[in-house]
Design a protein around this ligand. Structure first.
Ligand code: ZN
Length: 172
């Protein structure tokens, strides 16, 4: 089975998209259930570096009461060199990767220590600034709030250049 999802910003412009392919081998064999492959193009908006990602997430299955199986993601993240393998229903987008909430929280914690992720602009912070923009332009010129949002967006993307290097090192 395969398909895709698209996202757009509050102004209706498409901001991201992802494709997926699900392969199920044997739902009743926990060691070989199958996987989902997430295909997406990761673009760092600051550096314009673009990378085609094929991110494979193993699946697990649990039997349902009335037959059939329920499928779960297995978190493919490595936390301090140890494979996570957490069984989850939701994966979080972390830079150009996807991981469970627990692994995501580790990165959130790293933002509050003296590591390279210190004092990063969070997605929530960025979204708050975006929410505050009522009008993007006035008399053909960008409004103060829109400019401030665009500045923060720039910083947000730029910080991920350093963060991605750090996170890539944590992935293996
Ligand atoms: Zn995890």
């Amino acid at each position: 089975m395969s398909g895709g999802i698209k996202w757009s910003n509050r102004w209706g412009e498409e901001t991201s998209s992802i494709g997926f392919t699900v392969r199920i081998r044997s739902p009743d064999n926990p060691s070989d259930v199958g996987h989902v492959k997430l295909s997406y193009r990761h673009i760092n908006r600051w550096s314009n570096e673009s990378e085609q990602m094929d991110y494979r997430v193993p699946l697990t299955a649990t039997p349902c009461n009335y037959g059939g199986f329920r499928y779960w993601f297995t978190c493919p993240w490595y936390r301090n060199g140890i494979y996570c393998g957490n069984r989850v229903a939701v994966l979080y987008s972390i830079s150009k990767f996807f991981a469970c909430r627990r692994c995501g929280n580790m990165i959130y914690m790293a933002q509050n220590t003296n590591g390279p992720l210190r004092s990063m602009i969070s997605k929530a912070d960025l979204e708050r600034t975006q929410e505050a923009v009522k009008h993007r332009f006035y008399s053909g010129k960008p409004t103060r709030k829109y400019k401030s949002y665009m500045n923060k967006l720039d910083k947000y993307h730029r910080q991920w250049i350093i963060a991605e290097r750090y996170l890539s090192s944590k992935m293996n």
